[in-house]
Design a protein around this ligand. Structure first.
Ligand code: BG6
Length: 472
């Protein structure tokens, strides 16, 4: 049991969604399994289908056992967890379900029914958010309806709108009913342990940060590659495309973590202030440079995927050269490549350092062959490797690249928490550091909208290739 957390009720909108069954319920169970939940908590699932608490518990049990490792399933713990689950059938666009929700909440916490800590989680399609939020307010469950010293928070899943305009509209809806300090906009990349480690790697060590700038760094390459297609998400992808699905959020958040200045302290706002500054310093992509700095791609066969238009021009790949116009980074290219159906699944950040001023070792010691690199792999492995040149054994002075490697698996004895476990825990505990503030949402949409206005003709690329390359 986690003694730091107060008892609360989590209200899960979209309890039957893919996200709930694959990620949220298994993560909540794992938190309970490893004693990270408070002694009293309730989880109320809402979705359209009529079922009772017992049927919801059975469904949740099924989701959990199919998505967590068999060794993590402890029948006793699972029974106890499932006893905390409740279900309210509701059409989320209608007020009626919300009064049932309110009654259910009150019946669960009978000692001080109106002093319940409430965490609302929107695992629902974006179009439902305005209905949910209005109805919560009508039912007296909005953030500003809060009474006593209890708390109310809302977790909003991406996408936060589809562009700057709709992101602002969505925010206006949420912000009417919840204050910014009650709003948790989730980007699950920020819950990944190796992503959180970027801050530690950079700012808890004396030896990297002095070199972390335009004087010593040649370029930075961020790759988010997946070796599978859009799966069954044709309808969503047709509206979204990769720029909105991956670059606006995961890609730019990784870039901000690598490029930000040290925060003045570790408060949520200090860290997020520095990230927003990075977005605001991104050099605008313009008509003059878009063809040079951006390539979009679409994998062969995308147009025959289910729910995809036969003439679709939606991108499933993007390669972008960003520049950050500030004192630290001026002139250093940040290459970002992300795509579906690429050669392999890997997310990594490679920082390449400039060559020494003079190279007097024999071939093949060309600079790019041995240049110093820091390779932070986020997945599938969680590693950091440092590449440097070493003398090849033998009589000649020839340099070969070698690596020093840190691996989470071998250096630590802990099992890594999943991104959702970590972020749920942060939301319960009230830590917003790894959630996106509205100004970051807006500044990242601004740069993505600009690209989308300027380029919309993806090149076709073969499945399991590396996609079209930018000219270097
Ligand atoms: C989601 C995207 O946000 O992230 C998906 O909508 C993508 O298209 C997924 O596959 C990638 O997440 P992860 O954690 O598997 O890298």
């Amino acid at each position: 049991m986690n003694g730091h957390l107060e008892h609360f009720t989590l209200v899960l909108f979209g309890a039957a969604s893919d996200l709930s069954s694959r990620k949220l319920l298994p993560s909540l169970y794992k938190l309970a399994r490893w004693d990270q939940m408070p002694d009293r908590y309730n989880i109320i699932g809402l979705s359209r289908s009529p079922k009772d608490h017992e049927a919801f518990r059975a469904d949740a049990r099924e989701s959990i056992t199919s998505h967590v490792k068999a060794s993590d399933v402890d029948e006793g713990q699972l029974d106890r967890f499932c006893r905390n689950l409740y279900y309210v059938p509701a059409d989320l666009t209608e007020a009626e379900g919300y009064s049932r929700l309110r009654k259910t909440i009150e019946s669960l916490v009978t000692d001080m029914p109106s002093c319940n800590n409430l965490l609302f989680y929107l695992a629902t399609p974006p179009g439902l958010a305005p209905h949910i939020i209005d109805n919560l307010e009508q039912a007296g469950l909005g953030g500003r309806n809060q009474v006593c010293s209890s708390w109310r928070k809302i977790v909003v899943e991406k996408p936060y709108g589809f562009d700057l305009k709709t992101a602002r509209e969505l925010n206006a809806v949420v912000a009417r009913v919840f204050n910014e300090d009650q709003i948790y906009r989730i980007d699950h990349y920020l819950g990944k342990e190796p992503v959180q480690n970027i801050l530690i790697f950079r700012f808890s060590n004396g030896m990297f940060e002095p070199l972390w700038n335009r004087q010593f760094i040649e370029d930075v390459r961020i790759t988010i590659a997946e070796d599978f297609g859009i799966r069954s998400r044709g309808a969503y992808y047709e509206k979204s495309g990769l720029l909105r699905d991956i670059i606006q959020n995961h890609g730019l958040q990784l870039l901000a973590s690598v490029a930000m200045e040290p925060p003045v302290d570790l408060s949520a706002d200090a860290v997020r202030d520095e990230k927003v500054k990075v977005f605001r310093s991104l050099r605008p992509i313009t008509e003059a440079n878009v063809r040079e700095d951006v390539i979009l791609g679409q994998y062969e066969g995308y147009r025959t995927e289910k729910d995809v238009a036969a003439s679709s021009t939606v991108e499933t790949y993007a390669s972008i050269r960003w520049y950050i116009d500030n004192w630290r980074w001026k002139g250093v290219p940040f290459y970002m490549k992300a795509g579906k159906n690429l050669a392999k699944r890997v997310t990594e950040i490679v920082v390449t350092f400039k060559c020494p001023p003079q190279n007097f070792f024999g071939a093949p010691a060309s600079c790019s062959y041995t240049s110093n690199q820091i390779v932070m792999q986020i997945q599938p492995d969680e590693t950091i490797a440092i590449r440097f040149g070493a003398k090849r054994p033998g009589k000649d002075l020839i340099t070969d690249p070698v690596y020093m490697k840190f691996d989470y698996k071998t250096s630590f004895d802990h099992e890594l928490m999943s991104a959702y476990q970590r972020l749920l825990l942060d939301a319960m505990g009230g830590d917003q550091t790894n959630f996106i503030r509205q100004d970051a949402v807006e500044s990242s949409w601004r740069v993505i909208d600009r690209i989308r206005d300027l380029i919309s003709d993806p090149e076709s690329y073969p499945v399991h290739s590396w996609g079209p390359e930018l000219k270097q």
